[in-house]
Design a protein around this ligand. Structure first.
Ligand code: HEM
Length: 401
C-alpha cells in the first residue's frame, strides 16, 4: 500500500511538472515582453519559443504606424518596428542592392557563428592533428618505403615538363590557400594571443588578398591536371589486385602490378578533382557574395533523391535567405578544404619522405627504372613496348641501302 501511494505521488509530481512546462509562461509582469526566465533559458542554451515577440509587430496600416510618429525630433521609440526589423518582417524599401539589402538583422547569423567557432574549428583541427599523428605512426612502424631490388642506374621519364608544371601550379596554390585559409579560421584563437591584434591585422589582410587571388591558379592547375591525367585514372581490373594486398604499403617486397597510376593514386586524383571542384564552386560563391546562391537548389535535389532523409538529417531547408546561402557556402567550403588538407598531407608524405625515389617523378621527371618496375610495372612495359615500336618504325622508315 505504501509503495502504491509513493508511486502515485511520483506520478503526480511528474504530471504537474509536465503541465507546468506546457503552459505559456506568465509575462504579465513585463507587459508581454520577455521575462528574466526567457533570458536565462536562452543563456542556458535551451530553446525559447519567440513567437510572442516575433508576432508582436503591430499593424503597419494602423494610425499609430511609424510614418505617423515621425516628428521634428525623429521617430518615437517604436518597439514594434524594431521587433519587425529584428525578425525580418519589416517592410523595407532599398534604393540599391538586391533582396539581401532588405535584411538588417539575421537570426541565422548567430547559429553560423557558433558553428564556425565551435564544431568546424574543433573537428577540423582534430582531423588535421590525427592525420599528422597517423602518418608519424606509419613512419615509425613501416619506415621509409625503399626500392627493394638492385638499382639499375638508368632512368625512365615519368612526367613531362608540362605535367610537372600543372602539378606544381596546383600544389603550390593549394598550400598557399590552405595556410591562408587556416590563418583566417584560427587567427583569432591561435595567432592574436601570440602577436597581438596590431601585428595580426596586416597579416590577415595579406592572407585574404593571397587567398582570393591565388584561387584562380588553383582552378587552372585543377583543369590542367584533370585534362592531362583523367585517361590514366579510370578504374580497371588491375586495381583489384592492388586493393587485395593493400598496395604493398604495409609489407616490404610486395609490389602489385599497376599502370601509370595505381589505385591509391586514383583515389587521390578523384578526391582532388571532386573536392577541388566543390571547394572552387563554394569559393566562387563567397568571392561574389549573393551572386551565386547554390545551396537551396542543391538541397531541393538532395531532398528529392531522399538522401538527407536516409541519413537521418530530415528534409533540408529549401527556402534560404541570401545570407543563409552565404553561411552554408562558408561552412561547406571549410569542411571540404579540411578533408582535402588531410588527404593531401598523406599524399605529400608518400610523395616525399615516405617513399624512396617517388619525389624524382615530380622533381626532375626522371625516375630510377627499378623504382618504376616495382611500383608501376605494367606502365614500364607499355613505355618499353612503345619505344620498341617507335624504334622499329624508325628503322622501317630508313631508306633501303
Ligand atoms: C606540396 C607537396 C607535394 C609533393 C611533394 C607532391 C609529390 C607528388 C609526386 C612525387 C607525385 C607523382 C607520384 C608518381 O610518380 O606516381 C604526385 C602526383 C600527384 N599530385 Fe602531388 N605533391 C604535392 C602536393 C600536391 C597537392 C597540394 C596536390 C593537389 C591539391 C597534389 C596532387 C597530385 C595529384 C592529383 C597527383 C597524381 C596522382 C598521384 O600520384 O597521387 N599534389 N605528387
Amino acid at each position: 500500500m505504501k509503495r502504491v501511494a509513493l508511486a502515485l505521488v511520483v506520478l503526480l509530481a511528474f504530471l504537474t511538472q509536465s503541465l507546468a512546462q506546457d503552459q505559456t509562461p506568465d509575462r504579465s509582469a513585463t507587459g508581454g515582453a520577455q521575462t528574466l526566465e526567457d533570458i536565462m533559458k536562452r543563456q542556458r542554451g535551451e530553446a525559447v519559443d519567440y513567437d510572442f515577440r516575433r508576432n508582436a509587430t503591430g499593424d503597419p496600416d494602423s494610425a499609430a504606424a511609424i510614418s505617423s510618429q515621425l516628428g521634428t525630433l525623429g521617430g518615437v521609440s517604436d518597439p514594434e518596428l524594431w521587433r519587425a526589423l529584428r525578425y525580418g518582417s519589416a517592410d523595407i524599401t532599398v534604393s540599391s542592392g538586391g533582396e539581401e539589402a532588405t535584411v538588417l538583422m539575421q537570426d541565422g547569423g548567430m547559429r553560423w557563428l557558433a558553428w564556425r567557432k565551435g564544431p568546424l574549428a574543433t573537428y577540423g583541427a582534430w582531423l588535421l592533428g590525427a592525420t599528422i599523428l597517423l602518418l608519424a605512426l606509419f613512419y615509425l612502424l613501416r619506415g621509409r618505403i625503399r626500392i627493394d631490388g638492385e638499382k639499375t642506374g638508368r632512368t625512365i621519364t615519368r612526367f613531362k615538363a608540362i605535367e610537372r608544371f600543372g602539378h606544381w601550379l596546383l600544389a603550390g596554390s593549394f598550400v598557399l590557400l590552405a595556410l591562408t585559409g587556416l590563418l583566417t579560421l584560427f587567427g583569432r584563437l591561435a595567432i592574436i594571443p601570440l602577436i597581438g591584434k596590431d601585428a595580426f591585422a596586416p597579416l590577415a589582410l595579406a592572407s585574404k588578398w593571397i587567398h582570393n587571388n591565388v584561387a584562380w591558379a588553383f582552378m587552372l592547375g585543377l583543369v590542367m591536371v584533370f585534362v592531362m591525367w583523367v585517361a590514366h585514372n579510370i578504374p580497371n581490373k588491375t586495381d583489384l589486385k592492388w586493393i587485395a594486398v593493400g598496395g604493398g604499403l604495409l609489407k616490404k617486397g610486395v609490389h602489385p602490378p599497376a599502370k601509370k597510376f595505381n589505385f591509391g593514386q586514383k583515389m587521390i586524383f578523384w578526391g582532388v578533382i571532386v573536392l577541388g571542384v566543390s571547394v572552387s564552386a563554394s569559393g566562387l560563391s563567397l568571392l561574389f557574395p549573393f551572386e551565386m546562391p547554390m545551396f537551396a537548389a542543391t538541397f531541393e535535389k538532395l531532398n528529392a533523391l531522399g538522401i538527407p532523409q536516409l541519413i537521418g538529417l530530415g528534409t533540408l531547408p529549401t527556402a534560404l535567405a541570401p545570407h543563409e546561402e552565404m553561411q552554408y557556402a562558408q561552412l561547406w567550403h571549410a569542411i571540404v578544404a579540411f578533408v582535402m588538407m588531410a588527404m593531401i598531407l598523406a599524399h605529400i608524405y608518400i610523395g616525399s619522405i615516405g617513399m624512396e625515389g617517388a619525389y624524382d617523378a615530380m622533381g626532375s621527371g626522371e625516375v630510377e627504372l627499378q623504382w618504376a618496375r616495382e611500383h608501376h610495372g605494367l606502365w614500364v612495359k607499355e613505355v618499353e613496348e612503345a619505344e620498341r615500336q617507335a624504334g622499329t618504325d624508325a628503322k622501317n622508315a630508313l631508306p633501303a641501302e
